[in-house]
Design a protein around this ligand. Structure first.
Ligand SMILES: C[S@@+](CC[C@H](N)C(=O)[O-])C[C@H]1O[C@@H](n2cnc3c(N)ncnc32)[C@H](O)[C@@H]1O
Length: 297
């Protein structure tokens, strides 16, 4: 099957079409260093003309197995794959993937929610991410590139007396598997009109940890092309596939490829909000006339 639209230059490739139909023809086998897959979650969201709801968990699991197999086929022998899913769907993907790859980490992306929360059960404030590799003896993991401040004695300059020679606590460490990053909010510069845009800071950690400059990064469900934007900024090559034309337009603009498509100007979201504090304000918090909190899960 042929894509509806392809753009390719300077190591960046954008493909309009269905990843399950196209991946096998548009991506060479065993060449991708890093896959980041953030598929529709089967929770009933609307992605342009596409409704994210399968008829059963089994149907969703079978569909997921198809694209997981394709991505694994494209992954280099020392490649890494990150997979996101809803909390309810992740067990299906985890059980499938662990028979084909080595799962190194089960990551929780935790965020605060200022929106209305569940009143009769514990509302969801995280999304799970699997970190898996083809060969657990050979894979990229750039620990120093993603090191964070250790919140132990290092902050207070404490000395570790358990060592043969007492030394200061290490001040840097590899982050654990609970990652706290805010979701993309309307007011953020990176905000795009999409129901499930992921924050650049999340992708930065993944791309820095699991690829090197010049490596090839694949995102089969590119959405607003967050992975592409981060990969490009960090000097990686990138292939992104997206089914909805509206999101392809976002990708073309966000990756600095085109200012227009078929005569239509590709403009960033026009945000409208009335400032109530600061100079000329009324003293209350900022008031938006758009979606106050951005996309919710
Ligand atoms: C969860 S979103 C990805 C969001 C993305 N990570 C971002 O930061 O913007 C999933 C995307 O997959 C797209 N999609 C759904 N089915 C697809 C398919 N079969 N092939 C390619 N893209 C698909 C949807 O249109 C949606 O934009």
């Amino acid at each position: 099957m042929q894509p509806e639209f392809t753009y390719e230059a300077n190591g960046i490739t954008l493909i309009h079409g269905d990843a399950l139909d196209l991946l096998d023809t548009v991506v060479a086998d065993a060449q991708v260093n890093l896959v980041f897959a953030d598929p529709p979650y089967n929770i009933g969201k609307k992605f342009g003309g596409f409704h994210d709801r399968w008829e059963s968990d089994d149907a969703y699991a079978s569909w997921s197995a198809r694209w997981l197999d394709l991505c694994i086929k494209k992954l280099a022998p020392d490649g890494t794959m990150y997979v996101m899913a809803s909390t309810q769907a992740m067990p299906f993907l985890d059980l499938y993937l662990r028979t084909r790859l080595s799962i190194l980490s089960r990551i929780v992306w935790a965020y605060d929610s200022s929106g209305v929360q569940a009143k009769k059960y514990f509302g969801s404030l995280y999304e799970p991410i699997l970190h898996a590799v083809k060969d657990p003896e050979h894979y990229t993991f750039n620990a120093e590139a993603i090191a964070v401040e250790a919140r132990t004695g290092a902050v207070r300059h404490l000395i570790d007396y358990r060592k043969p020679t007492p030394t200061l606590y290490n001040s840097k460490k590899v982050p654990g598997n609970v990652w706290s990053f805010p979701r993309v909010r309307y007011r953020m510069d990176e905000y795009e009109e999409h129901p499930s845009q992921k924050p650049e800071v999340l992708l930065e950690r993944i791309v820095l940890a699991s690829s090197n400059p010049g490596d090839l990064v694949l995102d089969p469900f590119a959405g607003t092309f967050t992975t592409g934007a981060v990969a490009r900024r960090l000097g990686r090559r990138f292939i992104g596939v997206e089914r909805e034309r509206e999101y392809i337009k976002i990708g073309l603009r966000r990756l600095g490829i085109r200012k227009d498509l078929d005569g239509e100007a590709l403009a960033p979201p026009q945000k409208t909000y009335v400032r109530r504090n600061g100079p000329g304000g009324s003293g209350n918090a900022d008031e938006m006339t758009g979606d106050l909190f951005g996309p919710t899960k």
